[in-house]
Design a protein around this ligand. Structure first.
Ligand code: HGY
Ligand code: MN
Ligand code: MN
Length: 392
């Protein structure tokens, strides 16, 4: 694959959903992500690939029998974090179509069906739960719970989908033989153009509800305050410290304040903790320590704190033999872990899965600065075509 051919297709979606920050606002099942879903259908149509929806919002474009035995899925997601990068997700879908083009141009006919997949709501940016589409496909979440998830405007996932999600695919493990997700690398570990994933760190999201006494910012004496913003601020620092001490990653980057007025002491501060570590005991220990310190501080501030685990993603170890095979067929491509979550991680609980990483020169992601060189993206397509040929 030439960088020129890659860039030609990439340029078709590059501006969709990009805003003045240079980042992307692509929330699941609303404009402009719906435009990308139409682009997906158009790409499939151009390639005589019928498109099916699994009733959960995931799209599948088929080369071969739809849901034929041992189908090999390849793809990723269109949705982004707010003001996120353009490669996280879409690179896997664009590369999948191009890899199929390359195989067809070489006269290859797969012995098993191949489907390009676009998973819905991978980032959890609209409905708050990451990998929602792949969790529904694999039965990792109850359809009723998924349907009731709401976005910032109170719209439920069921309303956005236009139906109650269908839930797990019947006969999933016999109908899906493997999933290969190509993704831009999101750390600073990959020196080669293409790498193979070995594992995904366990990670999760916890909502901290800090409640206190709303009051006048000007007339309330400092000694009389029960200010939940203080407890929140302390918790942010505690999360950072506990993570550093444990060699883990912890972030509190999303906050909601009521009433969120310059001259009113808040009654409620809602903050989300994103915590991750190389193993589950370490992640749990970090979260427990943060909850303990938040609770102690609340006692001193005269506030309350309630913590709710909103989503947990278990540790993933990709099929070691498969990762080794892929690395070998890709010129001993590096095998490396990631602390970013992916739909492939969710599917790995049910079917053999692998991930290919494309070099990210800065390692920056979930930011407008996210970028991958067209030449490396073209190498990613070559690698994906090689892997799809091997698996089918
Ligand atoms: O948060 C993650 O790791 C992924 O980007 N959803
Ligand atoms: Mn992401
Ligand atoms: Mn992603």
């Amino acid at each position: 694959m030439s960088a020129k051919v890659f860039s030609a297709l990439w340029s078709e979606i590059e501006a969709i959903g990009r805003v003045s920050s240079g980042g992307y606002m692509r929330y699941a099942l609303e404009q402009p992500e719906l435009v990308l879903r139409d682009w997906f259908r158009n790409q499939a149509h151009r390639r005589d690939m019928p498109v099916t929806d699994d009733g959960n919002g995931n799209l599948f474009a088929w080369w071969g029998d739809q849901w034929g035995r041992d189908a090999v899925l390849t793809g990723s997601h269109f949705d982004s974090v707010p003001h996120g990068g353009g490669y996280d997700g879409p690179l896997g879908i664009v590369s999948a179509f191009l890899a199929i083009d390359q195989l067809r141009a070489a006269g290859y006919t797969p012995a098993k069906p191949i489907a390009v997949v676009a998973f819905v709501e991978e980032e959890g940016g609209r409905f708050g739960l990451p990998c929602l589409g792949s969790r529904l496909l694999t039965g990792a979440i109850e359809p009723a719970r998924a349907a009731a998830l709401t976005d910032r405007d109170g719209v439920t996932f069921g309303e956005a989908l236009g139906a109650t999600p269908a839930g797990p695919l019947p006969g999933l493990t016999s109908r899906i033989g493997a999933l290969v997700e190509l993704h831009i690398e999101q750390g600073r570990q990959l020196e080669a153009p293409v790498g193979v994933a070995s594992a995904i760190w366990p990670h999760g999201r916890w909502r901290f509800d800090f409640t206190g006494h709303g009051d006048h910012a000007g007339t309330t004496r400092m000694a009389d305050r029960r200010d939940p913003m203080l407890t929140f601020a302390y918790t942010v620092l505690a999360a950072n410290k506990e993570a550093r001490l444990a060699g883990a990653h912890a972030t509190m980057a999303r906050v909601e304040v009521e009433p969120n007025a310059t001259n009113a002491i808040p009654s409620l501060v809602r903050g989300w903790l994103d915590a991750r570590a190389a193993d589950t005991p370490t992640m749990d220990a970090v979260v427990d320590a943060v909850v303990k310190r938040a609770t102690e501080r609340a006692g001193r501030d005269g506030t309350e704190v309630v913590v709710t685990a909103e989503s947990i993603s278990e540790e993933v170890t990709f099929d070691t033999a498969l990762a080794g095979r892929l690395s070998a067929m890709l010129g001993d491509a590096p095998i490396l872990p990631t602390s970013a979550g992916h739909d492939a991680g969710v599917l790995s609980a049910k079917v053999p899965t692998a991930m290919l990483f494309v070099r990210n020169p800065t390692g920056i992601s979930h930011s407008p600065a996210e970028f991958a060189e067209p030449g490396d993206c073209a190498s990613g397509v070559d690698a994906l075509a090689t892997v799809l040929r091997e698996l089918t």
